[in-house]
Design a protein around this ligand. Structure first.
Ligand SMILES: [Zn+2]
Length: 409
Protein backbone atom coordinates (compact mmCIF):
# COMPACT_ATOMS: atom_id res chain seq x y z
CA UNK A 1 0.00 0.00 0.00
CA UNK A 2 1.27 3.41 -0.83
CA UNK A 3 1.23 6.05 1.86
CA UNK A 4 1.36 9.72 1.45
CA UNK A 5 3.96 10.96 3.85
CA UNK A 6 3.39 14.66 3.83
CA UNK A 7 1.63 17.02 6.08
CA UNK A 8 0.31 18.43 2.91
CA UNK A 9 -3.05 17.00 3.72
CA UNK A 10 -6.82 17.34 4.00
CA UNK A 11 -10.76 17.02 3.35
CA UNK A 12 -14.63 16.47 3.45
CA UNK A 13 -18.06 17.42 4.76
CA UNK A 14 -19.75 14.82 6.77
CA UNK A 15 -22.44 13.51 8.88
CA UNK A 16 -22.08 11.25 11.84
CA UNK A 17 -24.24 8.19 11.78
CA UNK A 18 -24.19 5.98 14.79
CA UNK A 19 -26.56 3.28 13.68
CA UNK A 20 -25.27 0.32 11.73
CA UNK A 21 -27.75 0.25 8.91
CA UNK A 22 -27.60 2.08 5.59
CA UNK A 23 -23.82 2.15 5.28
CA UNK A 24 -22.39 2.00 1.80
CA UNK A 25 -20.34 -1.08 0.94
CA UNK A 26 -16.93 0.58 1.00
CA UNK A 27 -15.05 3.61 2.34
CA UNK A 28 -15.49 5.67 -0.82
CA UNK A 29 -18.70 5.21 -2.76
CA UNK A 30 -19.76 6.91 -5.99
CA UNK A 31 -23.31 6.15 -7.02
CA UNK A 32 -26.13 7.58 -9.06
CA UNK A 33 -29.18 9.15 -7.53
CA UNK A 34 -31.47 10.30 -10.32
CA UNK A 35 -29.56 12.81 -12.40
CA UNK A 36 -27.15 13.39 -9.53
CA UNK A 37 -24.13 11.48 -8.38
CA UNK A 38 -23.46 10.93 -4.69
CA UNK A 39 -19.88 10.84 -3.41
CA UNK A 40 -19.97 9.27 0.04
CA UNK A 41 -16.94 8.86 2.29
CA UNK A 42 -17.14 6.63 5.34
CA UNK A 43 -14.39 7.06 7.92
CA UNK A 44 -14.12 5.23 11.21
CA UNK A 45 -11.73 6.50 13.90
CA UNK A 46 -9.80 3.94 15.91
CA UNK A 47 -8.35 4.68 19.34
CA UNK A 48 -10.76 7.57 19.23
CA UNK A 49 -10.94 9.75 22.27
CA UNK A 50 -13.88 11.81 23.39
CA UNK A 51 -14.30 14.52 20.84
CA UNK A 52 -12.39 12.98 17.93
CA UNK A 53 -15.49 12.16 15.90
CA UNK A 54 -16.90 15.65 16.35
CA UNK A 55 -13.54 17.30 15.69
CA UNK A 56 -12.91 15.38 12.45
CA UNK A 57 -16.50 15.81 11.37
CA UNK A 58 -16.29 19.58 11.80
CA UNK A 59 -13.00 19.71 9.93
CA UNK A 60 -14.38 17.77 6.99
CA UNK A 61 -17.69 19.64 6.95
CA UNK A 62 -15.77 22.87 6.50
CA UNK A 63 -14.22 21.55 3.28
CA UNK A 64 -16.99 19.52 1.75
CA UNK A 65 -20.03 21.69 2.02
CA UNK A 66 -19.97 21.94 -1.73
CA UNK A 67 -22.06 20.75 -4.65
CA UNK A 68 -20.30 20.32 -7.97
CA UNK A 69 -21.56 20.07 -11.54
CA UNK A 70 -21.14 16.74 -13.27
CA UNK A 71 -20.55 17.59 -16.93
CA UNK A 72 -22.42 16.14 -19.88
CA UNK A 73 -20.51 14.16 -22.49
CA UNK A 74 -20.09 17.33 -24.55
CA UNK A 75 -18.68 19.06 -21.43
CA UNK A 76 -21.63 21.38 -21.18
CA UNK A 77 -23.48 21.80 -17.94
CA UNK A 78 -26.57 19.69 -17.61
CA UNK A 79 -28.80 19.05 -14.67
CA UNK A 80 -26.40 16.71 -12.85
CA UNK A 81 -24.76 17.58 -9.54
CA UNK A 82 -22.18 15.79 -7.46
CA UNK A 83 -23.28 15.81 -3.86
CA UNK A 84 -20.54 15.02 -1.37
CA UNK A 85 -21.18 13.55 2.04
CA UNK A 86 -18.80 12.31 4.72
CA UNK A 87 -19.76 9.94 7.50
CA UNK A 88 -17.47 9.74 10.55
CA UNK A 89 -17.98 7.16 13.27
CA UNK A 90 -16.06 5.40 16.03
CA UNK A 91 -14.40 2.22 14.83
CA UNK A 92 -15.38 0.58 18.08
CA UNK A 93 -19.05 1.26 17.35
CA UNK A 94 -18.98 -0.83 14.18
CA UNK A 95 -19.95 -4.44 13.93
CA UNK A 96 -17.39 -6.86 12.49
CA UNK A 97 -19.55 -6.95 9.36
CA UNK A 98 -19.57 -3.17 8.93
CA UNK A 99 -15.89 -2.51 9.56
CA UNK A 100 -14.77 -3.21 5.95
CA UNK A 101 -17.22 -0.56 4.80
CA UNK A 102 -15.10 2.18 6.38
CA UNK A 103 -11.70 3.70 5.88
CA UNK A 104 -9.88 2.73 9.05
CA UNK A 105 -8.18 5.78 10.54
CA UNK A 106 -5.93 5.46 13.57
CA UNK A 107 -5.85 8.55 15.75
CA UNK A 108 -2.56 9.59 17.36
CA UNK A 109 -1.97 12.03 20.18
CA UNK A 110 0.06 15.19 19.76
CA UNK A 111 1.69 16.45 16.60
CA UNK A 112 3.06 14.39 13.76
CA UNK A 113 2.75 13.80 10.07
CA UNK A 114 -0.73 12.53 9.26
CA UNK A 115 -0.86 10.01 6.44
CA UNK A 116 -3.45 8.21 4.37
CA UNK A 117 -3.48 5.40 1.86
CA UNK A 118 -4.51 6.23 -1.68
CA UNK A 119 -7.86 4.51 -2.07
CA UNK A 120 -10.02 3.53 -5.00
CA UNK A 121 -13.59 4.86 -5.31
CA UNK A 122 -15.97 1.89 -5.21
CA UNK A 123 -12.95 -0.26 -4.37
CA UNK A 124 -11.62 -1.59 -1.09
CA UNK A 125 -11.47 0.68 1.94
CA UNK A 126 -8.03 1.82 3.04
CA UNK A 127 -6.18 3.09 6.11
CA UNK A 128 -5.05 6.40 7.59
CA UNK A 129 -2.90 7.53 10.50
CA UNK A 130 -3.92 10.96 11.73
CA UNK A 131 -2.53 13.17 14.50
CA UNK A 132 -4.89 15.07 16.74
CA UNK A 133 -2.67 18.12 16.77
CA UNK A 134 -2.40 19.42 13.23
CA UNK A 135 -1.39 22.86 11.99
CA UNK A 136 -4.74 23.14 10.21
CA UNK A 137 -7.94 21.08 10.39
CA UNK A 138 -7.80 21.08 6.59
CA UNK A 139 -5.00 18.53 6.85
CA UNK A 140 -7.77 15.98 7.45
CA UNK A 141 -9.56 17.18 4.33
CA UNK A 142 -6.42 16.63 2.25
CA UNK A 143 -5.92 13.16 3.77
CA UNK A 144 -9.54 12.25 3.06
CA UNK A 145 -8.96 13.12 -0.61
CA UNK A 146 -6.17 10.53 -0.56
CA UNK A 147 -8.57 7.97 0.90
CA UNK A 148 -10.88 8.84 -2.00
CA UNK A 149 -8.17 8.15 -4.55
CA UNK A 150 -6.34 11.42 -5.23
CA UNK A 151 -2.56 11.78 -5.28
CA UNK A 152 -0.54 14.70 -4.04
CA UNK A 153 0.04 17.44 -6.56
CA UNK A 154 3.19 19.07 -5.27
CA UNK A 155 6.74 18.36 -6.31
CA UNK A 156 8.26 16.51 -3.38
CA UNK A 157 11.84 17.75 -3.08
CA UNK A 158 12.61 16.25 0.31
CA UNK A 159 15.63 13.99 0.47
CA UNK A 160 13.63 10.92 1.46
CA UNK A 161 11.23 11.33 -1.45
CA UNK A 162 14.01 12.05 -3.93
CA UNK A 163 15.67 8.81 -2.85
CA UNK A 164 12.40 7.00 -3.59
CA UNK A 165 12.05 8.77 -6.97
CA UNK A 166 8.68 10.22 -6.01
CA UNK A 167 7.28 12.14 -8.98
CA UNK A 168 3.89 13.62 -8.11
CA UNK A 169 3.72 16.16 -10.94
CA UNK A 170 4.73 13.88 -13.81
CA UNK A 171 5.47 16.87 -16.00
CA UNK A 172 9.08 16.06 -16.83
CA UNK A 173 10.46 18.78 -14.55
CA UNK A 174 12.70 18.04 -11.59
CA UNK A 175 13.52 19.75 -8.30
CA UNK A 176 16.02 22.57 -8.47
CA UNK A 177 19.14 22.46 -6.36
CA UNK A 178 17.73 25.11 -4.07
CA UNK A 179 14.48 23.15 -3.65
CA UNK A 180 16.42 20.00 -2.83
CA UNK A 181 18.50 21.80 -0.25
CA UNK A 182 15.48 23.30 1.44
CA UNK A 183 13.28 20.21 1.09
CA UNK A 184 10.56 22.28 -0.53
CA UNK A 185 7.23 21.00 -1.84
CA UNK A 186 6.15 23.45 -4.56
CA UNK A 187 2.71 22.89 -6.07
CA UNK A 188 2.48 21.24 -9.47
CA UNK A 189 1.33 23.47 -12.30
CA UNK A 190 -2.35 24.48 -11.97
CA UNK A 191 -2.49 23.21 -8.39
CA UNK A 192 -1.18 26.38 -6.77
CA UNK A 193 -4.66 27.16 -5.40
CA UNK A 194 -5.72 23.59 -4.74
CA UNK A 195 -5.92 21.60 -1.52
CA UNK A 196 -3.90 18.81 -3.18
CA UNK A 197 -1.11 21.28 -3.99
CA UNK A 198 1.44 22.45 -1.45
CA UNK A 199 -0.98 24.19 0.89
CA UNK A 200 -3.85 22.19 2.35
CA UNK A 201 -5.57 25.42 3.34
CA UNK A 202 -6.52 26.03 -0.29
CA UNK A 203 -10.03 24.96 -1.26
CA UNK A 204 -11.26 21.68 -2.67
CA UNK A 205 -11.76 22.24 -6.39
CA UNK A 206 -14.81 20.72 -8.04
CA UNK A 207 -13.18 20.12 -11.42
CA UNK A 208 -9.69 19.08 -10.41
CA UNK A 209 -10.59 17.13 -7.27
CA UNK A 210 -14.20 16.03 -7.00
CA UNK A 211 -14.79 15.33 -10.70
CA UNK A 212 -11.47 13.47 -10.73
CA UNK A 213 -12.76 11.10 -8.05
CA UNK A 214 -15.82 10.43 -10.21
CA UNK A 215 -13.47 9.69 -13.13
CA UNK A 216 -11.58 7.21 -10.98
CA UNK A 217 -14.88 5.52 -10.15
CA UNK A 218 -15.67 5.42 -13.87
CA UNK A 219 -12.44 3.52 -14.44
CA UNK A 220 -13.94 0.80 -12.24
CA UNK A 221 -17.45 1.03 -13.59
CA UNK A 222 -18.03 3.69 -16.26
CA UNK A 223 -21.57 4.77 -15.59
CA UNK A 224 -21.13 7.99 -13.66
CA UNK A 225 -21.54 10.77 -16.15
CA UNK A 226 -24.41 13.15 -16.68
CA UNK A 227 -26.70 11.02 -18.81
CA UNK A 228 -28.37 12.18 -22.03
CA UNK A 229 -31.76 12.35 -20.39
CA UNK A 230 -30.33 14.78 -17.83
CA UNK A 231 -28.44 16.75 -20.49
CA UNK A 232 -31.04 17.09 -23.20
CA UNK A 233 -32.20 20.50 -22.08
CA UNK A 234 -28.61 21.68 -21.94
CA UNK A 235 -29.11 23.66 -25.09
CA UNK A 236 -31.87 25.74 -23.65
CA UNK A 237 -29.86 26.24 -20.46
CA UNK A 238 -26.94 27.37 -22.54
CA UNK A 239 -28.94 30.05 -24.30
CA UNK A 240 -28.33 32.38 -21.41
CA UNK A 241 -24.60 32.00 -21.80
CA UNK A 242 -24.36 32.00 -25.56
CA UNK A 243 -25.21 34.56 -28.18
CA UNK A 244 -28.86 35.54 -28.60
CA UNK A 245 -30.67 33.69 -31.35
CA UNK A 246 -32.75 35.40 -33.98
CA UNK A 247 -35.86 33.96 -35.61
CA UNK A 248 -38.16 34.89 -38.45
CA UNK A 249 -41.77 33.98 -39.00
CA UNK A 250 -44.02 34.13 -42.00
CA UNK A 251 -47.65 33.09 -42.01
CA UNK A 252 -51.23 33.71 -43.03
CA UNK A 253 -53.53 35.90 -40.95
CA UNK A 254 -57.23 35.55 -40.38
CA UNK A 255 -58.98 38.13 -38.24
CA UNK A 256 -62.60 38.26 -37.11
CA UNK A 257 -63.32 41.97 -36.95
CA UNK A 258 -65.37 43.00 -33.95
CA UNK A 259 -67.63 45.32 -35.92
CA UNK A 260 -71.12 46.45 -34.98
CA UNK A 261 -73.71 45.25 -35.65
CA UNK A 262 -72.09 42.15 -37.16
CA UNK A 263 -68.56 40.91 -37.22
CA UNK A 264 -66.77 40.08 -40.47
CA UNK A 265 -63.51 38.43 -41.45
CA UNK A 266 -60.40 39.90 -42.99
CA UNK A 267 -57.59 37.82 -44.38
CA UNK A 268 -53.97 38.49 -45.18
CA UNK A 269 -50.47 37.69 -44.02
CA UNK A 270 -48.03 38.51 -41.26
CA UNK A 271 -44.27 38.46 -40.85
CA UNK A 272 -42.29 38.67 -37.66
CA UNK A 273 -38.84 38.81 -36.18
CA UNK A 274 -37.79 37.65 -32.74
CA UNK A 275 -34.64 37.75 -30.62
CA UNK A 276 -33.95 35.30 -27.82
CA UNK A 277 -32.73 37.01 -24.68
CA UNK A 278 -33.11 34.06 -22.30
CA UNK A 279 -34.28 30.49 -22.62
CA UNK A 280 -37.71 31.63 -21.45
CA UNK A 281 -37.98 35.09 -22.99
CA UNK A 282 -37.79 36.69 -26.40
CA UNK A 283 -38.34 40.12 -27.89
CA UNK A 284 -40.65 40.25 -30.90
CA UNK A 285 -41.94 42.56 -33.59
CA UNK A 286 -44.67 41.73 -36.11
CA UNK A 287 -46.15 43.33 -39.16
CA UNK A 288 -49.44 42.10 -40.61
CA UNK A 289 -51.88 43.22 -43.24
CA UNK A 290 -55.39 42.03 -43.96
CA UNK A 291 -58.23 42.93 -46.25
CA UNK A 292 -61.97 42.37 -46.07
CA UNK A 293 -65.32 43.79 -47.04
CA UNK A 294 -68.29 44.54 -44.87
CA UNK A 295 -71.60 46.10 -46.03
CA UNK A 296 -70.03 47.36 -49.22
CA UNK A 297 -67.05 48.94 -47.44
CA UNK A 298 -63.62 47.56 -48.18
CA UNK A 299 -61.17 47.61 -45.30
CA UNK A 300 -57.39 47.45 -45.59
CA UNK A 301 -55.65 47.06 -42.28
CA UNK A 302 -51.96 47.09 -41.50
CA UNK A 303 -50.74 46.48 -37.99
CA UNK A 304 -47.29 46.77 -36.49
CA UNK A 305 -46.62 45.73 -32.93
CA UNK A 306 -43.61 44.98 -30.73
CA UNK A 307 -43.23 43.36 -27.35
CA UNK A 308 -42.15 40.18 -25.69
CA UNK A 309 -43.00 36.57 -25.28
CA UNK A 310 -42.66 34.13 -22.42
CA UNK A 311 -41.84 30.46 -22.94
CA UNK A 312 -42.64 28.71 -19.67
CA UNK A 313 -40.95 25.48 -20.82
CA UNK A 314 -38.11 26.95 -22.86
CA UNK A 315 -38.14 27.65 -26.57
CA UNK A 316 -35.89 25.04 -28.06
CA UNK A 317 -36.57 21.49 -28.95
CA UNK A 318 -35.26 18.67 -26.87
CA UNK A 319 -33.27 16.21 -28.90
CA UNK A 320 -34.82 12.81 -29.51
CA UNK A 321 -38.37 13.99 -28.98
CA UNK A 322 -40.00 13.99 -32.42
CA UNK A 323 -43.46 15.24 -31.54
CA UNK A 324 -43.78 18.15 -29.22
CA UNK A 325 -45.46 21.50 -29.01
CA UNK A 326 -43.60 24.38 -27.42
CA UNK A 327 -46.19 26.81 -26.09
CA UNK A 328 -45.72 30.46 -25.20
CA UNK A 329 -47.64 33.60 -24.50
CA UNK A 330 -46.90 36.92 -26.17
CA UNK A 331 -47.94 40.48 -25.45
CA UNK A 332 -47.19 43.30 -27.85
CA UNK A 333 -48.37 46.79 -28.59
CA UNK A 334 -48.20 49.18 -31.48
CA UNK A 335 -50.55 50.73 -33.97
CA UNK A 336 -52.97 49.83 -36.73
CA UNK A 337 -53.73 51.86 -39.84
CA UNK A 338 -57.12 51.28 -41.41
CA UNK A 339 -58.14 52.46 -44.80
CA UNK A 340 -61.83 52.11 -45.64
CA UNK A 341 -63.03 52.51 -49.19
CA UNK A 342 -66.55 52.91 -50.45
CA UNK A 343 -67.31 52.77 -54.14
CA UNK A 344 -70.28 54.83 -55.28
CA UNK A 345 -71.20 55.06 -58.94
CA UNK A 346 -67.72 53.92 -59.94
CA UNK A 347 -66.00 56.48 -57.72
CA UNK A 348 -63.89 55.46 -54.73
CA UNK A 349 -64.18 57.38 -51.50
CA UNK A 350 -61.52 56.53 -49.01
CA UNK A 351 -60.82 57.49 -45.43
CA UNK A 352 -58.00 56.50 -43.12
CA UNK A 353 -57.57 56.17 -39.38
CA UNK A 354 -54.89 55.08 -36.99
CA UNK A 355 -55.49 53.24 -33.78
CA UNK A 356 -53.53 52.14 -30.74
CA UNK A 357 -53.25 48.38 -30.85
CA UNK A 358 -52.28 45.60 -28.55
CA UNK A 359 -51.94 41.98 -29.50
CA UNK A 360 -52.10 39.24 -26.85
CA UNK A 361 -51.95 35.66 -27.99
CA UNK A 362 -50.99 32.12 -27.18
CA UNK A 363 -48.85 30.22 -29.68
CA UNK A 364 -47.70 26.67 -30.14
CA UNK A 365 -44.52 25.93 -32.07
CA UNK A 366 -44.23 22.43 -33.51
CA UNK A 367 -40.57 21.85 -34.40
CA UNK A 368 -39.62 19.65 -37.30
CA UNK A 369 -36.28 18.54 -38.63
CA UNK A 370 -34.62 21.28 -40.58
CA UNK A 371 -33.26 20.51 -44.04
CA UNK A 372 -30.61 23.19 -43.49
CA UNK A 373 -27.76 23.02 -41.03
CA UNK A 374 -27.64 25.57 -38.21
CA UNK A 375 -31.29 26.43 -38.68
CA UNK A 376 -34.15 25.20 -36.53
CA UNK A 377 -37.55 25.03 -38.09
CA UNK A 378 -41.07 24.88 -36.70
CA UNK A 379 -44.65 25.25 -37.78
CA UNK A 380 -46.74 27.52 -35.61
CA UNK A 381 -50.29 28.56 -34.96
CA UNK A 382 -51.52 31.23 -32.61
CA UNK A 383 -54.77 32.71 -31.44
CA UNK A 384 -55.53 35.82 -29.45
CA UNK A 385 -56.95 39.30 -29.22
CA UNK A 386 -55.80 41.96 -31.66
CA UNK A 387 -57.30 45.02 -30.07
CA UNK A 388 -57.68 48.41 -31.73
CA UNK A 389 -58.71 51.56 -29.88
CA UNK A 390 -60.35 54.55 -31.46
CA UNK A 391 -60.58 57.19 -28.83
CA UNK A 392 -63.03 55.97 -26.25
CA UNK A 393 -64.22 52.99 -28.27
CA UNK A 394 -62.31 49.85 -29.05
CA UNK A 395 -62.55 46.62 -30.95
CA UNK A 396 -61.46 43.28 -29.61
CA UNK A 397 -60.75 41.48 -32.83
CA UNK A 398 -60.01 37.78 -32.71
CA UNK A 399 -56.90 36.96 -34.66
CA UNK A 400 -55.29 33.75 -35.90
CA UNK A 401 -51.88 33.40 -37.51
CA UNK A 402 -50.40 30.18 -38.85
CA UNK A 403 -47.12 29.62 -40.65
CA UNK A 404 -43.48 28.74 -40.24
CA UNK A 405 -40.65 29.88 -38.05
CA UNK A 406 -36.94 29.55 -38.62
CA UNK A 407 -34.40 30.11 -35.88
CA UNK A 408 -30.74 30.75 -36.72
CA UNK A 409 -28.35 28.85 -34.44
ZN1 LIG B 1 -0.91 14.39 0.71
Amino acid sequence: MKYILLPCISLFGFIAITTAQNYEDQGTTVKKQGCDVMLIMQIALDRDSIGDVAMIQNALNSCFALTCDLPCADRKTGRCKIITKVVVVKWSSLSYKDQPKFHHVWMYSGAGISRAGVGTPNGKSTVGYWYRKEYSPKVYCHETMHLAGLLDHYRDCRAVSLADHVDNCKDGDTCTTAQKESGACPACKDYEQDIMGNDVRKPVDCNRDIVEIIRLANAVNPVFYCSDSCCEDTHSIDVKKTKPKINFTVGLRYTIEDSKPSSFPTTGAAIGIGLTIHKNFALNANYGFTEGTNSGVKYNKSTIVAGGSWFPFGMFTQENKPFQILPFIAAMMGSTSIKSTVTVSGNNYSSSASAFTYHIYAQGDAPFKSPVKKVKTAAFINAGILHTSFGSSGQNNINFDAGFKITLQ
